[in-house]
Design a protein around this ligand. Structure first.
Ligand SMILES: Cc1cn([C@H]2C[C@H](O)[C@@H](COP(=O)(O)OP(=O)(O)OP(=O)(O)O)O2)c(=O)[nH]c1=O
Length: 200
């Protein structure tokens, strides 16, 4: 693990290249320290509370190592009715997830947590986006699951990738589906005085 020497530097507690890119695009300076959290160990009564609880647990883990720094973490869940879809492990799992989403509306919920242990401050919330999939053919599903794209994505698809043409419409934040609701996150950071303009 690399050390973060600058205590005023924001830390992104995420291994997701999408979250890194979304935050980088704002001009914000930050370090990346990944959490090692076992997400399966977290439980909650609603998907929104689960996403927020997992994001908070990721932030807490990294914050324990860097108590002076602001730590940002997130967790994205794909919710179809009563089912929470994780990352598919193999093609058959990815295919059954896509069959569930085909022709229907589902929710993508990203929990966000911003934490500073020294200041004893934690801000957490969930953002929801409705996503409408077109009806997928068997051929489209086998074409898509033959690619590596579905396997590190909640729900087994990437709106920003090859799955873009499966999606008829969305209601809500696009970046929330990709893994970080960047408009809301930048507002939260600004409320705490963290913005690209004020970084040294
Ligand atoms: C639905 C959807 C998810 N995803 C991604 C966002 C997240 O990276 C991933 C959900 O897994 P997460 O557990 O939220 O995040 P992660 O394991 O990738 O990274 P970390 O826990 O270290 O922060 O799915 C897309 O990239 N595009 C999409 O359209």
């Amino acid at each position: 693990m690399h050390k973060v020497k600058n205590s005023s530097l924001l830390i992104l507690a995420s291994a997701s290249p999408r979250r890194k890119e979304l935050l980088s695009n704002t001009g914000m300076q930050f370090a990346i320290i990944c959490s090692q959290l076992d997400e399966e160990s977290i439980q909650a009564d609603t998907p929104e509370n689960l996403a927020t609880a997992i994001a908070s647990a990721k932030a807490r883990e990294v914050s324990a190592l860097y108590p002076e720094n602001w730590v940002l973490a997130a967790d994205t869940l794909v919710v179809k009715g009563n089912n929470i879809l994780g990352k598919p492990g193999k093609a058959s799992e990815a295919a059954s997830m896509l069959r569930m989403l085909s022709g229907c509306t589902h929710q993508v919920i990203t929990g966000v947590c911003l934490m500073n242990r020294l200041k004893e401050k934690t801000i957490s919330y969930a953002v929801t986006t409705d996503v409408v999939f077109k009806q997928l053919s068997d051929r489209e599903i086998s074409w898509y699951t033959a690619d590596s794209e579905p396997y590190d994505k909640a729900g087994g698809y990437a709106i920003q990738g090859l799955a873009a043409h499966f999606i008829r419409s969305i209601k809500g934040s696009y970046t929330n589906v990709v893994g970080l609701p960047i408009c809301e996150v930048m507002e939260t950071l600004a409320q705490e005085g963290i913005s690209p303009e004020y970084q040294d």
